[in-house]
Design a protein around this ligand. Structure first.
Ligand SMILES: O=C([O-])CC(=O)C(=O)O
Ligand SMILES: [Mg+2]
Length: 247
């Protein structure tokens, strides 16, 4: 497995391909490579009009809160791990939080998310909750969470570590992995596979545009979906006038 520095940005071509491909298509490409558990479970997009998300994982891990440690004055420390994480996220990264699927308290709120947006963060994913949900709905930052919850994180969570491997919605996320989100959910692509999966997914997406045209025109599935040799040859013709849009 090739080593990639966990903060390495994605190449422009890979970004464009991932913005073009749907999460549905990406999960199919991951399945063809033997990976069946890459879709983060239990999430909803909180700002459905800004739901396409692509970015490199910056991870933050929460453990259960304890009353003698997690009281409001801890936020007087600007180096509190939650605040430090927000001020460490780099442009092109998605903040992914392991909230242990616990939803009673928010993993973060709208002010911190606004700071993330200003830092060039491209999305927020937590398998717990967020608060200030109306703020998230209006913020130009794709956000995926299980639920809104008014409680601040200290009620249930203790931020303990960043840029370590985490679990989020039953999926392993390693720093530097690539997250893609849309209306169907959030998929995690292992970093060493991202270039090939992005290209293969974009190609599949483009072929499916052609296939869908035929189905809309009334053609039957046989020979078309999945496309047989004849349909693939027609697709090659169609490509002359419909070049790959992510290139
Ligand atoms: O979740 C928190 O405690 C922080 C918060 O409200 C915000 O960022 O607006
Ligand atoms: Mg707030």
């Amino acid at each position: 497995m090739a080593e990639t520095p966990e903060t390495e940005p994605l190449a422009e071509g890979t970004l464009k391909a991932l913005r073009y491909a749907s999460t549905a298509t990406i999960t199919t490409q991951l399945l063809s490579r033997g990976l069946r558990n890459q879709l983060v479970q239990g999430l909803k997009p909180l700002n459905p009009t800004r739901d396409k998300m692509v970015g490199v994982a910056f991870t933050l891990r929460y453990i259960p809160a304890r009353e003698d440690l997690d009281e409001p004055s801890v936020f007087q420390d600007y180096d509190h791990p939650q605040r430090k994480a927000v001020e460490s996220v780099q442009p092109g990264q998605v903040l992914v939080i392991d909230s242990r699927q616990q939803q009673r308290a928010a993993s973060l709120g709208h002010i911190l998310a606004t700071r993330l947006l200003r830092r060039g963060c491209t999305g927020v994913v937590t398998d717990g909750s967020v608060r200030d949900a109306d703020g998230f709905a209006a913020l130009d930052l794709p956000t995926f969470a299980a639920n809104p919850s008014a409680n601040t994180n200290l009620i249930q969570h203790h931020a303990v570590d960043m840029q370590v491997p985490i679990g989020c919605g039953e999926v392993a996320v390693y720093p530097g992995d690539v997250l893609v989100g849309d209306v169907d959910g959030v998929v995690v692509i292992p970093r060493h596979l991202v270039v090939e999966v992005a290209e293969a997914a974009a190609q599949q997406e483009h072929l499916e545009v052609f296939v869908l045209d035929k189905i809309e025109a009334g053609e039957a599935l046989r020979g078309v979906y999945p496309p047989d040799e004849r349909t693939r040859a027609e697709y090659q013709e169609w490509l002359q006038d419909n070049p790959h849009p992510w290139r």
